[in-house]
Design a protein around this ligand. Structure first.
Ligand code: FE2
Length: 200
């Protein structure tokens, strides 16, 4: 069992302004993300206690807390890393080529990703699917509904209301535009490289 910890932000709390305010980054990282880390640690403790006691009554609920809080922790970690005050622009190199190959063009990929981000009750994800050996966009509700088994997330956009409502009110589209102003394609390229090393 690992004692999961909240990762430090790779930049200052106000570094993503004006796309995302210092206040939202502070609440989002220190309160929401911390909550998922705590929830995952608590669920793991409960599962371990239940195994020790041979009493599995609360185990199914604890398992749901593992997937909810664990997915929340892992996706938020990627979300912070795949934004940067120096971000923006379009992908380059091998990832850009693969997006063109798998989606037709960057514009087609972006239109599809934005459709997922506009409709999701959780996240829009660009993932690598190691079974089909292709990139896909996913529309994820909460943190773990409509997940695809085995898929490796390489870009994550959090569209929970805690991610944008304070800054943008109900205008989620403005937030998605702001996300693309700070998106760090270098991090996405690193994650894509890992997939190539492991699966192709
Ligand atoms: Fe979030």
């Amino acid at each position: 069992m690992t004692d999961h910890e909240l990762p430090e932000l790779p930049y200052d709390y106000d570094a993503l302004e004006p796309a995302i305010s210092e206040q939202v980054v502070t609440w989002h990282h220190d309160t929401h993300h911390q909550g998922y880390v705590n929830g995952l640690n608590g669920a793991e403790e409960e599962l371990a206690e239940n195994r020790e006691n041979g009493d599995f009554e609360s185990t199914p609920a604890a398992m749901e807390n593992v997937t909810h809080n664990g997915s929340g922790h892992y996706l938020h970690t990627l979300f912070w890393e795949n934004m940067s005050p120096d971000g923006g622009g379009e992908p380059e190199g091998e990832l850009a080529d693969r997006i063109e190959e798998d989606f037709g063009s960057y514009e087609a990929w972006k239109g599809e990703f934005e459709a997922a981000a506009s409709a999701a009750g959780g996240w829009a994800l660009l993932v690598y699917d190691p079974v089909a050996k292709q990139l896909r966009n996913l529309k994820v509700d909460r943190h773990d509904l409509h997940a695809l088994w085995g898929a490796h997330p390489i870009l994550a956009c959090d569209v929970w209301e805690h991610s944008y409502y304070y800054d943008y009110g109900p205008d989620r589209g403005e937030f998605i535009d702001g996300f693309f102003d700070v998106v760090d394609w270098n991090k996405a390229a690193d994650e894509y490289e890992k997939c190539l090393d492991h699966f192709e």
